[in-house]
Design a protein. Structure first.
Length: 249
């Protein structure tokens, strides 16, 4: 993630962005500045997963980070919500879905929300915080909500897959989008069908099937023409005789 050194706001931007959309200043990599430590003896480095569980002094405090296979489950409080939106062409959305695993959002603009989550502590100052990416609008979620977020780490980012807001007992679900896995499966199916169709066309021309079809069409056409002439020949003879008779008069 990146931030603007000039605006010094809470907005975070994607790594592909190079300049701030507000002031035009070059973006710099985001580094969390943890000002919660009152002494210099405490480490300011990253905290290992589940370390919050070991530091808990109140047994009622929920575990901030836990794992279930590839999924990472966070339980904490929302401290900031930074929604962004931008227009994106269909080929770019397809590329992001197939090669980056991002959902294909129908329509424009495309929404992306940065959620900053802080651990819930009742007996000490919170020390852990994470920034997660949610593709879509946050809906009913608000700052200060107690939430459980299931995320996966992809391309160096924590991408939220499901969000449950405990305060209002509801789930935040993305609207009008197709999961990246479904887009991949559909793209592979279309590619296989196109390859089969091209193979059938090439085989049809190289095996001489085109001449068989042409011969069949010519034979059918001549047969229909012969039957049509045989059926209409009496009428044609009568019309010819009528024309000769009135022409002589």
């Amino acid at each position: 993630m990146k931030r603007c050194p000039n605006c010094r706001g809470l907005e975070l931007y994607d790594d592909v962005e190079s300049r701030c959309p507000h002031c035009g200043a070059p973006l710099v990599p985001y580094v969390r500045e943890n000002g919660r430590y009152g002494t210099a003896g405490r480490a300011a480095g990253p905290i290992s997963p589940n370390s919050g569980e070991r530091r808990r002094t109140n047994p009622e405090d929920p575990v901030f980070e836990s794992r279930d296979g590839r999924k990472i489950i966070y339980r904490g409080m929302v401290v900031s919500i930074s929604p962004t939106s931008r227009f994106m062409t269909s080929p770019v959305k397809w590329f992001n879905a197939v090669f980056r695993g991002r959902p294909y959002q129908l329509g424009n603009p495309v929404h992306e929300t940065v959620i900053r989550l802080e651990e819930i502590c009742r007996s000490r100052i919170p020390e852990e915080m994470r920034a997660l990416i949610f593709y879509g609008e946050p809906g009913e979620m608000d700052v200060g909500d107690d939430v459980t977020i299931t995320a996966v780490r992809r391309n160096g980012r924590l991408e939220a897959q499901s969000i449950h807001v405990h305060d209002i007992k509801t789930d935040v679900r993305p609207q009008d989008q197709i999961p990246g896995g479904a887009v991949i499966a559909l793209s592979v199916s279309v590619a296989v069908l196109v390859a089969l169709f091209v193979s059938m066309v090439l085989s049809f021309f190289t095996s001489g099937g085109i001449w068989t079809v042409l011969n069949t069409l010519v034979g059918v056409t001549l047969g229909l023409a012969g039957r049509l002439i045989a059926t209409l020949s009496p009428l044609l003879i009568l019309l010819f005789a009528y024309w000769i008779f009135f022409r002589r008069r």
